[in-house]
Design a protein around this ligand. Structure first.
Ligand SMILES: C[S@@+](CC[C@H](N)C(=O)[O-])C[C@H]1O[C@@H](n2cnc3c(N)ncnc32)[C@H](O)[C@@H]1O
Length: 376
């Protein structure tokens, strides 16, 4: 598929190039933020699986450069415009009504902002972002991350928990898809658990965790597990994520781990590892409530006993709410849009620095050229 054909068929791919984002994924994070106000009160963030870096770009522009996007940008613009109009009309301070006192949202102080981005692939530098090249599934990555968050951190003496914990952990991790559905789902779930285990080590109480998921069979189990640690767990589908894709994002708000829980990467959390995490006074011991059907690996958890105030519990299963987010006027990521005849297709903002196909490109170049023109 040519560049301009992709521009027609993928509005967010085109917009990303026009607006300077390294990947179309930036819009997913912006639309998630619009729905859940993810960046409010946030100064310390970890961006897992971050290459080529469009989510980190969003973090850098919102938290460090104090830029606003989407609805907030529009509201600020409106407020400014109203103020300017009233200034022109010559209103005095005493005459100002409540409405006219409206001011654009105050910029955050960017001085304390700390953002760490991690990926297997190199990430080109971004203002204010510490980038690490590491595997999030490897235990050695945690001390690296803790050191990046806090230069005083000493792995020999310190625990695996952050001394200056973070407010928000993001993970947009996706494996190289093989096309073998079950294998892809499995690898994706391993990435998700790795991200969750890292998040449990670094999040502060009240913190937020947002991660990409592939919606598949038994994904309810994962949601139920997350509900043990967070007061609110929602499955969100931004408008910029194709409806035809199994991708969605799990948004976990208000980190409240059970009192008995101690994050440890030597004993990371995985499927069925929840025994002993029920809050004190739970009517029934958690291990009695976890029924594992070994033959098809289904685990059912009765969460009404864990969080008695939860109203979304039905029967013995907890159903995570599903929210579609992004403005209704936003582009439909599954639609094709006609472009003007004189439209000039732009190059991507950040071509991959070390793509898996790099070697193939080098070999093709060495052999003399593009497909079909190779000279032997
Ligand atoms: C969809 S991309 C992320 C896009 C990114 N959020 C952005 O906005 O530019 C998925 C990334 O997951 C990374 N990844 C996959 N497995 C990983 C692992 N085990 N550790 C670290 N990164 C991983 C890949 O290298 C890839 O860059």
């Amino acid at each position: 598929m040519g560049k301009s054909s992709k521009d027609k068929r993928d509005a967010y791919y085109r917009l990303a190039k026009e607006q300077g984002w390294r990947a179309r994924s930036a819009f997913k994070l912006l639309q998630l933020d619009e729905e859940f106000d993810l960046f409010s009160g946030v100064t310390r963030v970890v961006d897992l699986c971050a290459a080529p870096g469009s989510w980190s770009q969003v973090l850098s522009r919102v938290l460090i450069k104090n830029e606003t996007f989407g609805r907030t940008a529009w509201q600020n613009q409106e407020a400014l415009f109203r103020q300017q109009m009233l200034g022109v009309a010559g209103q005095t301070g005493a005459e100002k009504t409540e409405e006219t006192k409206e001011t654009p949202a105050a910029p955050r102080s960017s001085g304390d902002v700390k953002i760490v981005a991690i990926d297997l692939q190199p990430i080109s530098p971004l203002p204010g972002i510490v980038t690490l090249r590491a595997d999030i599934t490897h235990p050695a990555t945690v001390p690296l991350l803790l050191k990046a968050l806090d230069p005083e951190y000493d792995a020999a003496t310190a625990s695996q928990n952050a001394s200056n914990p973070v407010d928000l952990v993001l993970s947009d991790g996706a494996p190289d898809v093989t096309g073998l559905h079950d294998l892809d789902m499995y690898v994706q779930s391993q990435l998700l658990f790795a991200a969750l285990n890292l998040a449990l080590c670094v999040l502060k109480p009240g913190g937020k965790f947002v991660a990409k998921i592939f919606r598949g069979r038994n994904v309810d189990l994962l949601f139920a597990q997350l509900k043990l640690f967070f007061t609110r767990v929602v499955v969100a589908k931004p408008r910029s994520s194709r409806a035809s894709s199994v991708e969605a994002f799990i948004v976990c708000l208000d980190f409240r781990p059970p009192a008995e829980f101690h994050a440890s990467l030597e004993r990371p959390l995985g499927v069925g590892d929840m025994a002993g995490l029920a809050p004190e006074g739970a009517a029934v011991a958690l291990d009695e409530k976890v029924a594992v059907k070994a033959e098809d690996n289904i685990v059912e958890v009765a969460l009404e006993d864990l969080r008695p105030s939860d109203t979304t519990t039905t029967g013995s299963r907890w159903i995570a709410p599903f929210v579609a987010c992004g403005d209704l006027s936003a582009f439909d990521s599954d639609a094709s849009y006609k472009l003007p005849d004189d439209y000039i297709s732009l190059d991507p903002v950040q071509p991959p620095t070390a793509p898996p196909y790099k070697r193939a490109l080098e070999m093709r170049k060495a052999a003399g050229g593009a497909y079909g023109k190779t000279t032997v």
